[in-house]
Design a protein around this ligand. Structure first.
Ligand SMILES: [Zn+2]
Ligand SMILES: [Zn+2]
Length: 95
């Protein structure tokens, strides 16, 4: 089971209601939060497929695989303005 959090930036108003804010392992996959500098967004992307053995999946932007992404975990900078972002607590549990 993985946990999602709500992230909020007080400086610019960026809000992400569902984000792992790091690495969370679920039943079928492990998700990691990544920052895409091109989209200025945080995404949760699968990094480990638990299906047939454990298959590592390279980090990539879900919108365009040509975008460069880096792993992001809380506490980290806001993807829009770069200031520290707040974690508002658990918003959902997934599996
Ligand atoms: Zn992107
Ligand atoms: Zn911000």
């Amino acid at each position: 089971m993985g946990v999602e959090y709500a992230l909020h930036c007080a400086a610019c108003g960026y809000h992400n209601p569902h984000c792992c804010a790091g690495v969370e392992a679920g039943m079928a996959v492990t998700l990691s939060t990544v920052y895409c500098a091109t989209c200025k967004q945080l995404y949760d992307v699968p990094v480990l497929d638990h299906g047939n053995g454990f298959t590592e999946i390279p980090l990539r932007c879900p919108r365009n695989k040509a975008h460069a992404v880096v792993a992001w975990s809380h506490p980290g900078p806001c993807p829009v303005c770069g200031r520290p972002i707040s974690k508002l607590g658990q918003s959902a549990i997934w599996d």
